[in-house]
Design a protein around this ligand. Structure first.
Ligand code: FAD
Ligand code: AMP
Length: 474
């Protein structure tokens, strides 16, 4: 039986990064993964690369170009005519990006001498992992490990009684691959994924209705920013209905008839396609957790001790979506690095309080740290600085003036507690706030840092100045 220092189960951004770091640290490493591409080949990269972050961003960027050409380019004094959509070319471009990135991980694995065991991994007693795969290049063997890292990720959730048939009712994966633009698109759940996928098809021409059960839009984001975002999205034609609890979906007719209830009663809507995006659940199916005594909590996540990613079994760790916390690729990756370094004997940690979050809408919503509502609930004294992008020169030059920056600092110490941005490319400029908070910076630090002019980041500086009422251009 082959023996490894580390066997990682799952090659998404949590697992493959853990494996790369283990290999860098000189640990003999194998990765088990069962993902099969639409072409029938085993591929690395998990949800993120194959059906998540990357393909969704490819379509978001393509659809944004299409939308801008139709709605924004005229203000620059450019007129274009005969703008046509070649959806199959757009989808092929997306697939090509996925292929290139998943292939890149394969190269990284060979460069770092990581053994890729193709197939399904099951835990067996005495630190063994049984791998069963299909096809000529699959692994069918049991291996032994000194350490095991479980990175089995998550899968889409559905609502009881609503079957994802892959035709009229699809999950997020199906919504990345429509062969034509649905005329009437329904989306259940206006969370991050529902908003992103609803935006893609809305920009390409669908009439999109998003049905969201909660009364508050993006309840986990800063309320003021979420409210401003809701107004922007409504202007783009996204019909977001809050407090709308979907009860059933009937596919027996030509389209999908959806019944939902809100405070006004029960309503029916008919769509051509319906996207189910009511969140994701941890993936621990058929891992054989019970036999080996691996503890799984009541919500289905693998139990880990504190912020260590250690499970209840000695030498067994879990990282990424399969443990609690935000279901984000970069959160899984930093956990992967931490676990690899811990296995190698280092005292590595993750800055869980400084993990950026982004919704890739138009404009993007990005934040790091705590929301105003969370600080209020905890009775933390705070002060706020705001800056509207309509006063920022670069935003004006780009015709991207929608949105604002909100900086929250501790009332007495001035330490940064949260930075929230609604704005063009805020996924990029939020990085400045992340670095500042990682170093326990203050609003004064951001305010005194020199920013290039003209740039969107000046809006962060101005919001930081505004914390003490001294914004220069606001
Ligand atoms: P996964 O990426 O889910 O990978 C798990 C891997 O484990 C898979 O390859 C699976 O095949 C394998 N596996 C599971 N069980 C077994 C087993 N028993 N044996 C062998 N292999 C197994 N996050 C962001 O940060 N930014 C974004 O922009 C973003 N956009 C998203 C868009 C969409 C449409 C979706 C669906 C998700 C998005 N996410 C985004 C979330 C992100 O994809 C996940 O947080 C991330 O992929 C989790 O990584 P992971 O490594 O924990 O698990
Ligand atoms: P996310 O986890 O960010 O993908 O968001 C999933 C969203 O789906 C959340 O905002 C939930 O409130 C929403 N949701 C869950 N169940 C329902 C339902 N029955 N009808 C409408 N929205 C729902």
């Amino acid at each position: 039986m082959r023996e490894f220092d580390v066997v990682v189960i799952g090659a998404g951004p949590a697992g493959y990064v853990a494996a790369l770091r283990c290999a860098q640290l000189g640990l003999e490493t194998a990765v088990v993964d069962e993902w099969i591409s639409p072409e029938g080949k085993y591929v690395l990269g998990g949800t993120c690369l194959n059906v998540g972050c990357i393909p969704s961003k490819a379509l978001l960027d393509s659809s944004e170009q299409f939308y801008r050409l139709q709605h924004h380019i005229g203000t620059h004094g450019i007129s274009v005519s005969d703008i046509r959509l070649d959806l199959s070319a757009m989808i092929s471009r997306k697939n090509e990006i996925v292929r290139s990135l998943t292939g890149g991980i394969e190269s990284l694995f060979s460069k770092n001498r990581i053994m890729w065991l193709k197939g399904h991994g099951r835990l067996r007693p005495e630190m063994r992992i049984e791998v069963t795969g299909k096809g000529p290049d699959a692994a069918n063997e049991t291996v032994e490990a000194k350490n095991i890292v479980i990175a089995t990720g998550s899968v889409p959730r559905s609502l009881p009684g609503i079957l994802i048939d892959g035709e009229k009712i699809v999950d997020s994966t199906g919504a990345l691959n429509f062969s034509e633009v649905p005329k009437r698109l329904g989306v259940i759940g206006a969370g991050v994924i529902g908003l992103e996928l609803g935006s893609v098809w809305n920009r390409l021409g669908s009439e999109a209705v998003l049905l969201e059960a909660t009364e508050r839009f993006l309840f986990f984001a800063d309320h003021e920013i979420a409210k401003a975002a809701h107004e922007e999205f409504s202007k783009q034609g996204l019909d977001i209905r809050l407090g709308a609890r979907v009860l059933s979906a009937d596919t027996s007719g030509e389209g999908v008839k959806v019944t939902y209830e809100d405070n006004g009663g029960t309503h029916e809507l008919e769509f051509d396609k319906l996207v189910m995006s009511v969140g994701r659940k941890p993936h621990t199916d058929d891992l054989n957790a019970d036999e080996v005594g691996l503890l799984i909590n009541e919500s289905g996540f693998i139990h880990t001790e504190g912020r260590t990613c250690r499970t209840n079994l000695p030498g067994v760790y879990a990282v990424g979506d399969v443990v609690g916390g935000p279901m984000l690729a970069h959160k899984g990756s930093v956990e992967g690095v931490m676990v690899a370094e811990r296995i190698a004997g280092q005292d590595s940690r993750v800055s869980y309080d400084v993990i950026p979050q982004v919704v890739y809408t138009m404009p993007e919503i990005s934040w790091v740290g705590r929301t105003e509502e969370e600080l209020q609930a905890d009775g933390v004294p705070y002060k706020i600085g705001r800056f509207q992008l309509k006063y920022n020169g670069r935003a004006m030059a780009m015709e991207e003036t929608a949105g604002m920056v909100k900086v929250i600092a501790h009332k007495e110490t001035d330490e940064l507690l949260g930075v929230h941005i609604l704005g063009f490319m805020s996924s990029e400029i939020i990085a400045e706030a992340v670095v500042a908070m990682e170093y326990k910076g203050s609003a004064e630090d951001l305010a005194r840092t020199v920013h290039s002019h003209p740039s969107l980041t000046e809006a962060i500086q101005e919001a930081a100045l505004s914390v003490d009422d001294r914004a220069l251009h606001g």
